[in-house]
Structures are given as structure tokens and as C-alpha cells.
Design a protein around this ligand. Structure first.
Ligand SMILES: Cc1ncc(C[n+]2csc(CCOP(=O)(O)OP(=O)(O)O)c2C)c(N)n1
Length: 642
């Protein structure tokens, strides 16, 4: 990588001439490697500034170029798994300008999005959906009698997902024509885990298999009419089953297997993709790529460079916060769990492929026997935890709020219904601003509140997180703790880390006229709001930290509501069915008609943006908006009583 990167736009770049995939097709084969090099420079330049999924994208430069050389989107459909590796596709489909502000307000999304471009056949952000969606598209094509190609691009970690395996099981019964590209770089975010990862590794390094396969393949492909001969060879091979070497797992599912293919060799990629395009049977191309290719730091640290914030493009150093920034909630959680698990061998930690993101890497390093990374398998993680809990263990499942959505039935059917003591730590609750709608953790309060027996907590600072972890582990049933991404408050620690009485709120500021009931990090907003109401409007405003969204402290709530003019609820989640709804339900059930003003995220999908502050402002949740909303409600109430 050059020490200093060219300014944008550089007039002599091929990349600036690429407005659509047709332009890629118009390049000579000698220009393609030059374009690949320019794309890498551009990827490094924009992600160094904006942050983003640099490692995965650097790995698929040649693969994406080859795909656009061989297929024609938007007529042909590319379905990217997770779609975090779609930046190159964006560059080749007219989004060079949008990529300058990728993941920022007004810039391109960090994932693929059907509303962003007709070249994005399917939106994603969560893993494991590509094969199912592609199979749906291929089947629709067959039913409609059209002839476009459908290509699913799946990472090796996608095959740790149940959905991918469910789709694999259905391929041959659904369609005769589907191209699956397995982009194998041996990494999930951390190193890929499980039996399939080991199997893929064996497959890509099994010399006998590859040699026999490759040589015969190339021999037939090189003959005039070689494609037909190759079909015969495949048919014969299928029929003689495992005569030479054991057929691959994918062949057992009825897909034709081609590979391993060097994912950085454009000629080899193009030749194999053309073959796949013209094959009349579902086919899987096993493509070997290197994550982070072209940036030494990313190659050396694939986990860190999977996705990160702004970094120095020359040294690869991530830009860190100002000195004295408090630790993150993830760090505090990881540290507390190590403390607890070291003292109690019944405590085990489970992650779905996010050891560093959740902070469970600390447990993996300190008490590895009590740590499990199950891959991108959230449903399995939850049922696995349920099984462990039946045997007297105390599992702690750490999954981002957004990814736990996938395991709702397992929470309900496997854990809560059997009243099993599983602790759920929902990281990234609230906004994940740069990632956007697929990653915001705004729904958990709503989707968990309806689960019988669920104890749902949210800490307002790091010390409460530690106390809640102890509370959850002491509770004999399912317990959920939600906390946000990023830095804690830096609040001085209390004298002791006590277990909280279940369903007991805490009064943070006395006040009887208007009472603000907040949960989690919104307590800070509530305190500031109460101060303003007091100072500006002489309102006697109190603040309560609910601590528990369920069970709610009904006793305190009803006592306060009986006297207050207005109850205001504040939550970092959707208001529809959330914490404030619980407050409303409680008052309604008790026959109290004290007005309730609910402050939280509206009933829409929130896009990506540069920061939490910007997104809050865009959705009427900036501190000034909250104040205006409460003042307006109070004014309306006064107008009614006047
Ligand atoms: C359901 C779900 N769980 C976890 C994640 C977080 N996640 C994003 S990308 C990724 C790893 C993807 O690995 P792979 O598919 O092999 O692609 P690579 O990044 O290696 O190219 C994970 C775990 C997610 N997006 N969705």
C-alpha cells in the first residue's frame, strides 16, 4: 500500500470511469488488475476516514470484479450474505460518490439495500439469509419462466448459520439453476468455528481431491465441446459416487462442487464463473480469499479489521477516544463475568461469533473451559444455554440486541416456558448509528416484555451493569440485561455491588408534579430534562430510574401517578410496545387515568447516520425536542383544565 493515497477524484483513474457494470465489461483483461488496485486504494481511503468493513471488502475485490464481468445486474441477481462485503459492488454499480460518506448521514449504507440501488437485489445486515433469498429468487424465476441468473455470495461463516443449512437442504428440490459462491477466508469476525469450518479447511487443502478433480476438470474444459464433456464427467462421477475421492458435502446436498478456486486470480475466477453460469444444475464455487488483502495491518489482524472505526491508513492504527475515556460497557461486562465465572464454575459464557464485540473474549482468555463460541447460530446459542441450565449450570448468553431477535421462539419456548435460569446480555441495545436499520437494538424491550417470567433490566451506568449481572445470576429464571454500545458514564463506584431487589425502581430526584420514569441510559436525559423543567417552567419534576422494564415497580408508579399531573417515560427503544407501554398498561389496569407522555423511538425503521446525536435530532429525540414535547403536553393539559 502506498504511504500517501491519491486525492479524490484522480482524473487518471479507471475507477472514475466506471459508472455501471457495463463499463467493467468494457475494460480489457489487462486493465482489470489495475482497476482492482485502484479499488483497494479507494476502499482503504474511505474506510480509514469513515470506518467500516475494510477486511471483508479487501478480500472480495477480484471476486466482485469477476462477478460483474460474467453476470449482468440488475437483470441477474446477486445476493450477498450479511452484505458487509458489498462496497466493491457499490463502486462498480455507480456509487463511488455515495461511498465517500459510507455509513455517514447522507452517504451510502454499509450494507446492501434495495432502496439504494436496483443492483442490490436483497437487503441484509444479519447473517445467513443469502442462500434462502437467492433460492426464493431462482424459484420465482423458474415459476415465471424467465432466464436470469441468481448468485448467492456466502462467507464461510454463513455455513455456521442454521438458515443457510436449511436452505442448502432445499436447493435441489426448489430449482435446477443457482450459483452459490462460497467466499472462504477462514474467518468469521473471529476465526471461524465448528465442524464445517474444519471441513472447509480440509476441502481446500486436500491435495488428492483437488488434484484429481482439478486436472480432470481442466482437461475437459480445455477440449472443444469441453463443457458437454465436463457434464458427462460430472454425471459419471456422481454415478460412481465416491470412486476417486469422497464427494464433497455440497455434492451430498445435490449441488455441483467446483473448487477450490484462487479468489485473487481474475482469469481463474472468470473462467469458473462462466462455467457456473452455463451449468444447468445448482453449483457451488468454493473460492479462497484472503481477508484484508492489500493492507498489511488488516492481513495481520483480521479480527480487528473485520470492521472498525476510523483508522490511520498508513500505520493501520485505529483512532481512539480522548485520554480518560471510560471503559466500554462491553469491557465492564467481560471483566465482571470473568470475576463471577472464576468464583463459580457453574457460570458459562456463550457468544454467537462475537467474542470481542461482546467482551466475552476476556472470558475466553481467562477461563476458556467456561467459554463457548457457537458461530453465527443465535437460535442454537439460546437452546444450548437452556440445555446447560437444565443441568445446573448458569449460562450467560451475550448477543447483540438486534441478533437476538432471531432467537425469539427459543427465548419463549425453550427458556421462559421451562423457567430456566439463563442470563441474556443484550449488547448494542439502542442505536448502532453507522450500521443503521439492520443493527439498531431498538426492539428488545418490546419483544421481550410480552414473554411471561422475563425479568428485564437496563443499567444507567457501569456499576448498575455489574449489579444487574449479579442480580440475573442470582435469579432462578430467565433474566435479560440490555446495555448500549460504547463508553460507560465514568460514574464513581458505589461502596458495594449489591444484588438488586427484583422489580424495585430507584428515585433519582424527588418531585411530584411531573414524574419522569426512565430506563437505562435515558436516566441521564431524564435528569437533564427535569432540571430544565424546573429551571425554565418551575415544574416540580421528579426522576425515577425504573431499572426493571419487567417487573415494573407498580407500587411506586401507582403511588406517584395518583398525585402527578403527568408521567413521562423515556426509553432508548421503540415506543410501540416498549417500556412506556408497560407504564400505560399498569396505570390502565389500576383504573388511573394520569396522562402518560412516552418518549422513545417512533414506529419506523431508523436509517444509518453519522452519530447518535444526529439520528436523535432527525427523529425528534434531541434533548431540546424532548423538552418541547413535554412542555407541549403540559400546555395541552393546562388548556383542558383551564
Ligand atoms: C445473525 C447475525 N449474527 C452476527 C452477525 C455479526 N457478523 C457480521 S459479519 C460476521 C462474520 C461473517 O463472516 P463471513 O460470512 O465468513 O464473511 P467474511 O466477513 O469473513 O467475509 C458476523 C458474525 C450478523 N451480521 N448477523
Amino acid at each position: 500500500m502506498p504511504a500517501s493515497l491519491p486525492p479524490f477524484p484522480s482524473t487518471s483513474r479507471l475507477l472514475d470511469l466506471i459508472r455501471s457494470p457495463d463499463d467493467v465489461k468494457g475494460l480489457s483483461s489487462t486493465q482489470l488488475p489495475a482497476l482492482a488496485a485502484e479499488i483497494r486504494e479507494e476502499l482503504i481511503r474511505v474506510t480509514a476516514r469513515n470506518g467500516g468493513h475494510i477486511g471483508p471488502n479487501l478480500g472480495v475485490v477480484e471476486l466482485t470484479l469477476a462477478l460483474h464481468r460474467v453476470f449482468s445486474t440488475p437483470r441477474d441477481k446477486f445476493v450477498f450474505d450479511v452484505a458487509h462485503q458489498g462496497y466493491v459492488h457499490k463502486l462498480l454499480t455507480g456509487r463511488l460518490a455515495g461511498l465517500q460518506k459510507v455509513r455517514q448521514t447522507g452517504g451510502a449504507s454499509g450494507f446492501l439495500n434495495r432502496s439504494e440501488s436496483p443492483h442490490d437485489a436483497f437487503g441484509a445486515g444479519h447473517a445467513g439469509t443469502a442462500l434462502s433469498a437467492a433460492l426464493g429468487m431462482a424459484t420465482a424465476r423458474d415459476l415465471k419462466g424467465t432466464d436470469e441468473h441468481v448468485v448467492a455470495l456466502c462467507g464461510d461463516a454463513a455455513f455456521t448459520c442454521g438458515i443457510t443449512l436449511e436452505a442448502l437442504n432445499n436447493v435441489v428440490s426448489s430449482t435446477k439453476r443457482l450459483v452459490v459462491v462460497l467466499n472462504d477466508n477462514e474467518w468469521s469476525i473471529a476465526r471461524n468455528v465448528g465442524a464445517i469450518a474444519k471441513y472447509l479447511n480440509r476441502l481446500s487443502t486436500n491435495r488428492t481431491y483437488n488434484k484429481v478433480y482439478h486436472d480432470v476438470e481442466q482437461f475437459f474444459l480445455g477440449l472443444p465441446g469441453g463443457r458437454d464433456m465436463n457434464r458427462l464427467w460430472n454425471k459419471w462421477k456422481r454415478e460412481t459416487k465416491d470412486f476417486f475421492v469422497e464427494s464433497s458435502l455440497f455434492e451430498k446436498f445435490g449441488l455441483r462442487y467446483l473448487g477450490p478456486i484462487d479468489g485473487h486470480n481474475l482469469d481463474e475466477l472468470i473462467k469458473n464463473l462462466e462455467f457456473a453460469r452455463d451449468t444447468d444444475t445448482p453449483i457451488l464455487l468454493h473460492v479462497i480469499t484472503e481477508k484484508g488483502r492489500g493492507l498489511d495491518a488488516a492481513r495481520a489482524h483480521p479480527e480487528k479489521f473485520h470492521g472498525l472505526g476510523a483508522f490511520d491508513p498508513t500505520t493501520g492504527e485505529a483512532k481512539s477516544g480522548p485520554p480518560g475515556t471510560p471503559p466500554s460497557y462491553q469491557d465492564v461486562f467481560g471483566r465482571e463475568l470473568v470475576r463471577l465465572a472464576t468464583a463459580d464454575s457453574r457460570i458459562v459464557g456463550i457468544t454467537g461469533a462475537m467474542p470481542s464485540g461482546t467482551g466475552l473474549n476476556q472470558l475466553a482468555a481467562s477461563v476458556p473451559r467456561q467459554f463457548f463460541d457457537v458461530g453465527i447460530a443465535e437460535e442454537h446459542a439460546v437452546v444450548f444455554a437452556a440445555g446447560l441450565a437444565t443441568q445446573g449450570l448458569r449460562p450467560v448468553v451475550a448477543i447483540y440486541s438486534t441478533f437476538l431477535q432471531r432467537a425469539f421462539d427459543n427465548i419463549l419456548h425453550d427458556v421462559a416456558l421451562q423457567n430456566l435460569p439463563v442470563t441474556f446480555c443484550l449488547d448494542r441495545a439502542g442505536l448502532s448509528p453507522n450500521d443503521g436499520a439492520t443493527h439498531h437494538g431498538l426492539f428488545d424491550l418490546a419483544y421481550l416484555r410480552c414473554v411471561p417470567r422475563a425479568v428485564i433490566m437496563a443499567p444507567r451506568d457501569e456499576h448498575q451493569l455489574a449489579a444487574m449481572l449479579r442480580t440475573a445470576l442470582a435469579h432462578d429464571g430467565p433474566a435479560f440485561i440490555r446495555y448500549p454500545r460504547g463508553s460507560c458514564t465514568g460514574t464513581p463506584p458505589p461502596p458495594e455491588c449489591a444484588i438488586l431487589p427484583l422489580g424495585r425502581a430507584e428515585i433519582l430526584r424527588p418531585g411530584r408534579d411531573v414524574v419522569l420514569w426512565a430506563i437505562g441510559t435515558m436516566c441521564a436525559d431524564a435528569l437533564a430534562l427535569a432540571d430544565q423543567l424546573h429551571t425554565l417552567d418551575q415544574v416540580d419534576a421528579g426522576v425515577v430510574d425504573a431499572r426493571f422494564a419487567k417487573p415494573l415497580d407498580c407500587e411506586l408508579l401507582l403511588a406517584q401517578a395518583a398525585e402527578a399531573r403527568l408521567i413521562v417515560t423515556l426509553e432508548d427503544g421503540v415506543v410501540t410496545g416498549g417500556f412506556g407501554s408497560g407504564v400505560l398498561e399498569t396505570l390502565s389496569a389500576a383504573g388511573l387515568n394520569t396522562p402518560v407522555e412516552r418518549l422513545g423511538w417512533p414506529d419506523v425503521f431508523v436509517d444509518h447516520g453519522s452519530s447518535v446525536t444526529e439520528l436523535r435530532a432527525a427523529h425528534g429525540l434531541a434533548p431540546a425536542d424532548l423538552l418541547r414535547q413535554v412542555q407541549a403536553r403540559l400546555a395541552r393539559l393546562e388548556a383542558v383544565t383551564a
